[in-house]
Write a protein that binds this ligand. Sequence first.
Ligand code: FES
Ligand code: FE
Length: 434
Amino acid sequence: MSTEAEPGLARPTTALLPIVDEDAAAGRFRVHRSAMTAPDIHRAEVDRIFATSWLYVGHESEIPHPGDFVRRPIGGRPVFMVRGVKSGNVNVFHNTCTHRGALVCRQESGNSKVFQCFYHAWTFDSEGRLKGVPDRDAYADGLNFDELGLRRVARVDSYRGFVFASFDAGIVDLPTYLAGAKDYIDLVVDGCGGSAEIIRGTNQYSFDANWKLLVENSVDGYHAESTHDTYFKYLVSIGTDLRGGVSGTAIDLGNGHTVIEYSSPWGRPVAKWEPLFGDHARTEIDRLRADLVAKHGEWRAHAMSEVNRNMLIYPNLIINDIMSVTVRTFYPPTADAVDVTAWALGPSDETEALRRRRLDSFLTFLGPGGFATPDDLEALESCQQGFASGGVEWNDISRGMGRDPMANDEEQMRVFWRRWQHQMGDAADLAGVR
Ligand code: FES
Ligand code: FE
């Protein structure tokens, strides 16, 4: 059994029987199914992955004005993000009152100068300072109310509008963490004309399977033709030319992040026309593409217009820049359940007609009732049900070993799993898993 570690990562010292079993010489990579089912593994993931990674909180465009806020569960913990009225900064606070614990922000989103805890009415401003305490006279003179402001999440930073936070004060800085993923975020944002925004409206759904199956699925080119057969048939029915198919490569972006890049038959609002968009859209989409060529040159314009990318930012952010752009994050309350939140991203200054086509394209494939999501979730729940059958201990993830990684291979999943095994360390030792 090989214990080869990802280059640059120290080999886990105590994992005698790793759950992620890679044997490069034999061309075999397999993952023990307890990784998807064991409550011990889930508990260790909460401590060793979700408490120690940079996690996506939201996008700066969701809180453009002073006092704008959104509340989010991040890594299973309630937090909220608010643009400071005085500073203009993006503040991310633990959503818990410093008095006796109640949630301070109980609305999903809105605008407010102050946040009043409903329990005893302590009031905090948008910079987290404690501004109001009913019957303050009842407290002894020595109590320092300045120390009872809201607690900031240990680390907060953003890259091209994407806001991340970490509960680990000692984590590497965000640009270092994002590594090669930065270039691909740049491609997405530059493809939006340099300024992207989350389009109002949120998709939220849950399903009964392990979260890592969704990680795999989100960057899995192999399943597209079989699982999404109905979508391809639909594309043919409206006149899309499927010749050329789906082909491309998988890229290791470092630190567990990965992307597949590929050509495909479907159109892209920026900037590849398809019959779904209607004949009248051709001129406008051609103009968008010409703008990108003028600004970025032909090669980069091609990468933004015709090339699709499904990107995983480890551990739980997906940015899929395909027939529209989706930003998707998720968290597992248990080993066999996932809560997903997803948004559509688009250029900040998009015309109404283009925005309509983008949202139509988004909902047709990516929305909760689109061609992709129900089929994908059916597949993932089916896998989880299959695990309960027993008899087979390992998932095989060997496809494409020993050749240059293709989008239809499984190298991108191996990139994730190697990082996962490294972070889990001795918690991912088969001998100790229950
Ligand atoms: Fe918030 Fe008491 S718990 S004011
Ligand atoms: Fe899919």
